[in-house]
Ligand binder design. Structure first.
Ligand code: AMP
Length: 326
């Protein structure tokens, strides 16, 4: 189980942190993938653009290779059962703990005028999203590791108090380290809301991709053989490892170690490899978006599958808690 907020165009972080793994999991696991529209209200309370964004992000999931016949691809707001579970989990969540969560502190810094309780209890709702399907594996990027730890705390508290209902959920990347896709300006990670010029979106046109990559921070190259890479150079190599083939990567690694590297050439190569990844996805999104009836059908079908799973979980939860008076 996993989810992405429909707060804007999907970017390379969403693709490599989450969706690429969704696609790899869809044949071997029972999968529930969600558009986290309710979560998006914590920071984007204006709903005028919401439907448009939901349809776009839905189309982006399908264009990346997700098959709505194989997985439940659904909207969070269609699953009322999650609200009930969230309510019960809130009794197991402590204010002090929530206030210490780094993502909460970041959001307070970014939105000082809108520190709502939904922002504070974001990890509780996220836990409810995962536990509603009694999920074991959660394909997410590195930034979500701590939220998974919080979800496991609630599982243990719930199971200890009311009896075993939930498995412990773990962040999942096929036994490899979780991914953090760095931003192109050498600071932080790619994100929908911050530093948009340093983030590559799946909707970016070829020339925009090239321009953004050519602007990425580099320098004159190392002066000494086998130097340590500065973080902004390490980031360019990291991005290259995501999209380029092994020969290309080896060529630039050697170039760096021998002080012959030309970052202009490296960025040109990286840009072409990125265009090869992004252009076909972008073109498929545009084709799917034209078919609103199809997208609505997919959303309804996904909701039906997810609701069946959620109802079964809530029967177990109510019975375990003793909320079954007749
Ligand atoms: P969000 O866009 O915050 O709703 O995140 C949705 C998913 O994308 C989560 O699994 C995140 O961990 C993942 N994600 C977002 N940004 C990045 C990034 N820069 N690198 C890796 N994963 C990311």
């Amino acid at each position: 189980m996993s989810g992405i907020r429909p707060t804007g165009f999907l970017h390379l972080g969403n693709y490599f942190g989450a969706i690429r793994n969704y696609v790899k999991m869809q044949d071997d696991y029972e999968c529930y993938f969600m558009l986290a529209d309710v979560h998006s209200l914590t920071t984007h309370p204006d709903t005028k653009e919401l439907k448009k964004n939901v349809l776009r992000v839905l189309a982006e999931h399908i264009a990346c290779g997700l098959d709505p016949e194989k997985v439940a691809l659904y909207c969070q707001s269609h699953l009322y059962e999650t609200a009930e579970l969230y309510l019960y989990l809130n009794m197991l969540a402590y204010k002090g703990e929530l206030e210490k969560t780094p993502t909460f502190k970041d959001k307070v810094r970014q939105h000082p005028d809108n520190v709502n309780a939904g922002l504070l209890t974001y990890p509780v709702l996220m836990a409810a999203d995962i536990l509603i399907h009694r999920a074991n594996y959660v394909p997410v990027g590195k930034d979500q590791e701590q939220h998974l730890e919080i979800a496991r705390n609630y599982v243990n508290r719930f199971n200890h108090r009311y009896g075993h209902v939930f498995p412990e959920p773990f962040a999942f990347n096929f036994n490899k380290e979780l991914i953090k896709v760095p931003s192109l300006d050498g600071k932080g990670k790619m994100s929908k809301s911050e530093n948009q010029l340093a983030t590559l979106f799946l909707a970016d046109e070829d020339d925009v991709i090239r321009k953004k990559i050519m602007k990425a921070k580099t320098d004159n190259g190392p002066a000494k053989k086998n130097s340590v890479k500065p973080e902004y150079i390490e980031n360019i190599f990291l991005l290259m490892k995501l999209v380029s083939n092994e020969e290309v990567i080896a060529k630039y690694e050697d170039g760096f170690n021998n002080c012959t590297i030309r970052y202009g050439d490296m960025k040109k190569q990286l840009a072409e490899d990125m265009v090869n990844l992004i252009a076909p996805i972008r073109n498929r999104v545009n084709a799917i978006l034209n078919n609103e009836k199809y997208l609505e059908k997919i959303m309804k079908q996904g909701a039906d599958k997810a609701i069946a799973s959620a109802e079964a979980t809530m029967q177990l939860v109510r019975n375990a808690m003793g909320l079954n008076y007749f």
